[in-house]
Design a protein around this ligand. Structure first.
Ligand SMILES: [Zn+2]
Length: 197
């Protein structure tokens, strides 16, 4: 199954406020996914209950097979979303804290890319990737991890760097009161005129 399919499927499941039938013998809770989803059965029909901020909600009551498909998709989607979230959290923390640690140069890391102004270097060693920067004290590194994770941090750092350049440019423009476009006006005409004189 394609990644993200479970999330799409799960989004289409309809939920309504949880309402156990008064005449039923009771709802049997059979399984629980992190306390978020509950697999239940009532009078031989299966349903899933979920906890939300507004209280409990339930799906329609269906056969075992039908409910099981829903359950599998929900649990899969939940785990995928949680994995994505964790990934983003790690990334956000790394960028926010900008945790740079001393880099051991004896490791002989392979540098394959240098960013604008040589501010950062994209390096790898032993199958892991990280970002290097040179400071007065020597090299520092951040984001050591799998390609995808480290690359996100690299992208964010280089994006921030480019943003700094943009800000500098704006400041210069303001300082010298230069408009965004300063076409050389009538320069060609003047030169021709000078040549004729
Ligand atoms: Zn630069």
């Amino acid at each position: 199954m394609k990644k993200g399919m479970a999330i799409k499927y799960a989004a289409k499941i309809e939920w309504r406020p949880y309402a156990p039938k008064p005449e039923a013998k009771g709802i049997w809770i059979k399984e629980d996914c992190d306390g978020k989803y509950i697999w239940a059965v009532e009078d031989d029909l299966y349903l899933i209950i979920r906890r939300t901020e507004n209280g409990l909600e339930e799906t329609e009551r269906v056969s075992f097979d039908k409910a099981r498909v829903m359950w599998d998709m929900l649990v899969r989607a939940y785990r995928q979303r949680r994995a994505i979230l964790t990934e983003y959290e790690v990334q956000a923390r790394c960028i926010k804290d900008e945790k740079w640690v001393p880099h051991n140069q004896r490791e002989r890391a392979r540098v394959s890319e240098t960013s604008c102004c040589a501010a950062y270097e994209w390096a790898s060693h032993g199958g892991l990737f990280f970002i290097l920067r040179r400071t007065k004290k020597g090299y520092e590194e951040t984001g050591r991890g799998l390609f995808r994770e480290a690359r996100k941090i690299w992208d964010e750092l280089t994006r921030k760097h480019a943003e700094e350049h943009q800000k500098e440019k704006e400041a210069q423009r303001k300082k010298y009161k230069i408009g965004k476009h300063t076409p050389p006006r009538n320069r060609g005409v003047k030169e021709r005129g000078q040549g004729a004189a």
